[in-house]
Every structure is written in C-alpha cells, then in structure tokens.
Design a protein around this ligand. Structure first.
Ligand code: TXA
Ligand code: MG
Length: 346
C-alpha cells in the first residue's frame, strides 16, 4: 500500500477542504487515516465499523485488550456512545471540550467490543484541532483513534513521524502541523465512585479538581503495577513510549545531576532541560526547566531524536510533578522502565 501525505491546512491556516474530503471519503468506506490532533496524531477509523477498527489494531500492532478513544466533533454526539450522560460529564465538557480531555463512561450498545476491548465502558474525547473536528464532521461518524505510532513507540506529534511508523500500512496521513500539547490527553473515568485520573495529560489534576471537587489519581500514574495487579486503564500496563535507549531518570539539582553524569560512561547521553546542553558532550534538551508545557511539547520528539543519534544509555533530568509536569513524568518514567535514581535522598 502507498501512503500519501496531504496538507490539511492552507498557508493562512484555513482548512484544505479537498484533503479533508478525501480523508472523510476513505473513513466512510472503512479505511484508516492518520489525522492531526492538538495532543498527538491519531490513527482514525469509523468507530461503528468493527472491520475498520480491526485495521487500526493491525496497523499499530496493538494488543487487542487495549481499548480505543472515540472522537466526536460536537457534544451531542456523545449521547449515541454512552448509556447516560451524568452531570459531571457535562461540567467537564463545558470546562475542557474541545480539548485534551478524555472522559470514560458506561458504553452504549452501539460501541463494538473491538473499540472497548470488551470493557463495559467507552472513552470519549472532543479534540480542539480544527482538522480533526472537520474530518469527524465530514465523515459523519465518530472516529476511534489511538495515537498514530507503532505500539510501544513514542506518540507522533507531526505527520513525518506518523509516516515513519505507518508507511505502507495506511493509505493517507493528513498533515496539520505540529501538535500543540505534545502528550496524549488526560484520561478521567466517571465509572468509579470518585472520578479518577487514569492518565495525566494536557488538562491538569488541579484543573479537574477545580471543576469536580474530589478527583483521585490512579496508582498506576506514578508507580509500576505489581505482578498480577489489574490496570484500570489497560494502556498503562505496557512498557510504552519507549525508545531503544536505556533511560534512567535522575532526580536532583543540576549540580548533583552533572556530578552523577560525570561519573558514568563517556558515551552516555543526557536528556536535559533547555540551556543545559553546554554542560554535557552528548545532550538532547526537552524544554525549559520552568515550563511544563514546553517539556510536554518536546518530550516525544526528544525521545525519537535520542534513537536517531544512536544513544544507548541516557540519563534524564526529572521534571516537576505539578501541573502538566505530572504527564511529562508519567511518560518519562515509562520510557525509563520505572528506573529512577533519587539524589535528593542522600
Ligand atoms: O490524546 C489522545 O488521547 C490521543 C489522540 C489521538 O486523541 N489518543 C490516544 O489514544 O492517546 P491511545 O489509544 O494511545 O491511548 C488511550 C488510552 C489507553 O491507555 C487506553 O488503555 C485507555 O486510554 N482507555 C481507552 N478506553 C478505555 C476504557 N474504556 N477504560 C479504561 N481505559 C481506557
Ligand atoms: Mg498510544
């Protein structure tokens, strides 16, 4: 299969309707299309078409027990997907949709088992990217879409990276520029007694609490599941976002970090904050120390860059756990296989 990349925006950021129409037509006949969203690029198919959804799993090499997020372009579309819309869902949608928040609710009978991976719930998101919204609306169906990477690789934040992973596997990728947020959406479930964050993302826990009151954070966000423990969000159990390099997160001041790295092998790479490159012979920066949104925006590209540079061993600066930093840390600790050295404890 030939994989085509089409520009989805014109020079002055207007929608390229020809490209959008082409994507929508492919989606209507059960094909899979790579589409931009504000978080990361997605691999989209008609959520009501079990055969189309099966093609997503095949293209990604995704385990069948990992459910997909269903994307909508207007709030009313959620009613077809879930068995009821509770007040909390309306509040969340009012505050954060369209945007980087996914809400899990009990599913309706219209959701194929392939989408929910057999769970009684479904994850729903209304993205804010103009191209994603236009494609959903034009296709006329909700779109199931995981991140557009091969299973286990970092999520793609631009069309070129989607092409690197999906070349020959899907017919079309829409190029809508770089993803603004850079990490996947926040996933919150309303199926628990107290709403619970299963995956941190662009909408912060602090923001969710301001709207809903009590919100729990699932243990799997920060910690590795113990053997035999069941993941509330199946995606959290896989070694994920992983580059080929062996990564260790090192928590401590810049001075502690520099001293630690100086004692390691000379060919080791560091994943540092912007501006710190000059202290290390082999360094890739992932955003300024004081900007969690810049770190989120840069992280996945930086991980892919480390692979491209042939890094074998990487020591990473530890982000703060506040705000969007929690999402950055959540992705980085998985990329590191939960390998963390804490120099502040000494
Ligand atoms: O930002 C995003 O969310 C991107 C863009 C494309 O929208 N999508 C994305 O999808 O990151 P994916 O498939 O890579 O991650 C979806 C996560 C997985 O961890 C999955 O296990 C979880 O959401 N999930 C989906 N449905 C669920 C459900 N019913 N219950 C619990 N977790 C669910
Ligand atoms: Mg993913």
């Amino acid at each position: 299969m030939q994989t085509e990349i089409l520009p989805a925006l014109t020079g002055d950021n207007e929608l390229n309707t020809e490209s959008i129409d082409r994507a929508a037509a492919l989606l209507r006949v059960g094909e899979v299309v790579g589409i931009p969203t504000e978080t990361v690029y997605g691999l989209a198919a008609n959520a009501f078409d079990e055969k189309a959804v099966a093609k997503i799993f095949k293209a990604k090499g995704r385990p069948q027990d990992n459910p997909l997020i269903v994307h909508i372009s207007a709030f009313e579309e959620i009613r077809e997907l879930v068995s009821a819309v509770p007040e909390a869902a309306k509040k969340l949608a009012d505050a954060f949709w369209p945007g980087p928040l996914t809400i899990i609710l009990p599913k309706s009978s219209r959701i194929p088992d392939a989408v929910s991976a057999g769970l009684p719930s479904v994850a729903v998101r209304m993205p804010s990217h103009s191209v994603a919204r236009a494609v959903i609306a034009r296709a006329g169906v909700p779109l199931a879409a995981p991140s557009a990477n091969l299973s286990g690789s970092p999520s793609p934040t631009n069309a070129k990276t989607v092409f690197d992973d999906m070349q020959g596997r899907i017919p079309l990728i829409l190029d809508g520029g770089g993803s603004r947020v850079g990490v996947e959406s926040t996933v919150i479930t309303l199926c628990t007694e107290v709403p619970r964050v299963l995956r941190p993302g662009g909408v912060t826990v602090e923001q969710l609490r301001a709207v809903l009151g009590a919100v729990e954070v699932d243990d799997a966000v920060l910690h590795q599941l113990k053997a035999g423990e069941k993941a509330a969000s199946p995606g959290m159990k896989y070694k994920h976002y992983a580059p080929r390099a062996d990564i260790t997160i090192v928590r401590g001041s810049l001075a502690q970090f520099r001293q630690y790295v100086a004692e390691q092998a000379a060919d080791a790479f560091v994943l540092c904050f912007a501006g710190e490159e000059r202290y290390f012979p082999h360094a890739v920066p992932y955003g300024a120390a004081e900007s969690d949104s810049e770190q989120a925006n840069r992280l996945f590209d930086a991980l892919r860059e480390l692979d491209a540079l042939g890094a074998k061993t990487v020591y990473a600066r530890c982000p703060s756990l506040d705000g969007v930093g929690l999402a950055v840390y959540n992705r980085l600790i998985r990329a590191a296989g939960f390998h963390l050295i804490d120099l502040t404890e000494e």
